[in-house]
Write a protein that binds this ligand. Structure first.
Ligand SMILES: NC(=O)c1ccc[n+]([C@@H]2O[C@H](COP(=O)([O-])OP(=O)(O)OC[C@H]3O[C@@H](n4cnc5c(N)ncnc54)[C@H](OP(=O)(O)O)[C@@H]3O)[C@@H](O)[C@H]2O)c1
Length: 324
């Protein structure tokens, strides 16, 4: 079968597409024929050796897939060949077939296009788990979402609206902001026009945002410290800007606010029940039409490097998906 291979750490230009043996599922594993593999910012980090998880070389990147089960390993009772499922693979997804632990496989919501399904777990999982389980976002609160047209950002806009918040979205261009508006954002701010803290305060009668969802970090995080409400919660989701910011501890005291990390993938190991409950809610919202996931572009397996480059160069909107 064909698979994308990371044979040396570096940018997407170092990736190769190679013929490799079809993987056999071991105990507790299933093999999927990949219909789609969602592209994530983390893919750009893992191939450079800059992600938390550093797989041995050579490896195939690709963290989330949807497809059809083609084989099951020993001890897998609940899944069988022919079923369409979503798999949280961590790596291996940019390939024609991939092996995934059965415990990291969930049912594909009925009737959902597998290419859309492949775009869901990381973005919507992180958005919902972050806003609900971590920040305890309440109906009527104000949510500020940074990078609101990106994969996890656009999901956070939709999840925030589904949870009853007023959503302020930031992004770097008018068309990206328009997209956030189409997906439910109530207020739109271009954060490349200058400081956004005064605009956020003006939109919240001087209070600031109750919850800030930040996948960008850097200067955007620094300014968020200046427009968070009393008892507000800043969710540290990622650092797409390239700078990991620091926060003076006294600001947390003065505003009775919390800065909380969200590492969605860790729940697979540490507390899978939280993830299962989150997926159940997301699945209900999907079937009810509350969520409208956007896959703005698909790429062939041979175009995986281009897909990751588009993400790194801020050209992606919503999610992009590789369809082997
Ligand atoms: N903690 C977790 O569990 C978790 C889960 C998923 C993702 N993440 C993190 O969240 C971040 C976003 O991931 P994603 O997959 O949603 O990526 P994405 O689709 O590429 O979205 C990232 C957004 O960040 C903004 N951005 C600002 N400065 C940027 C820069 N210098 N380069 C690229 N983008 C920049 C872009 O919007 P503008 O052009 O509008 O600024 C872009 O839409 C990443 O840091 C990722 O590692 C964390």
């Amino acid at each position: 079968m064909k698979a994308v291979r990371c044979v040396e750490l570096g940018g997407p230009d170092k990736l190769e597409v190679a013929e490799v043996p079809v993987p056999e599922p071991g105990d507790g594993e299933v093999r999927l024929k990949v219909a789609g593999c969602g592209v994530n910012f983390a893919d750009s980090l893992i191939i450079q050796g800059k992600y938390q998880h550093k797989p041995d070389l050579p490896f195939t990147p690709g963290m989330e897939v949807a497809g059809t089960i083609t084989a099951v390993g020993a001890g897998v009772a609940a899944l069988e060949p022919g079923q369409t499922v979503i798999g949280m693979t961590g790596t291996g997804g940019f390939a024609e077939e991939v092996v995934c632990p059965a415990r990291d496989v969930i049912a594909c919501p009925d009737g959902l296009d597998p290419v859309i399904a492949a775009s869901l777990p990381v973005a919507y999982g992180t958005a919902h788990l972050g806003l609900d389980h971590r920040a305890r976002l309440q109906p009527g609160e104000t949510l500020l979402v940074h990078g609101a047209s990106g994969g996890v950002g656009l999901a956070a806009v939709e999840v925030g609206k589904a949870m009853g918040a007023t959503v302020i979205a930031t992004a770097s261009s008018a068309d990206k902001l328009a997209l956030a508006g189409e997906h439910g954002a109530d207020h739109l701010i271009n954060y490349t026009d200058g400081p956004f803290k005064d605009e956020v305060k003006a939109l919240t009668d001087g209070r600031g945002a109750d919850v800030i969802f930040d996948p960008v970090g850097g200067d955007v995080f620094d300014q968020s410290l200046r427009c968070i409400a009393w008892e507000g919660r800043i969710l540290v989701v990622g650092f797409a800007s390239g700078r990991i910011p620091e926060a003076p501890a006294n600001l947390t005291l003065v505003k009775n606010m919390a800065i909380m990390g969200v590492f969605w993938g860790a729940y697979r190991e540490k507390d899978p029940a939280v993830m299962t409950a989150s997926f159940a809610t997301l699945s209900d919202w999907l079937l009810a039409g509350t969520l409208k996931p956007l896959v703005s572009k698909t790429y062939g397996l041979d175009e995986t490097a281009q897909a990751i480059t588009d993400l790194m160069e801020r050209r992606a909107k919503g999610k992009i998906v590789v369809t082997p």
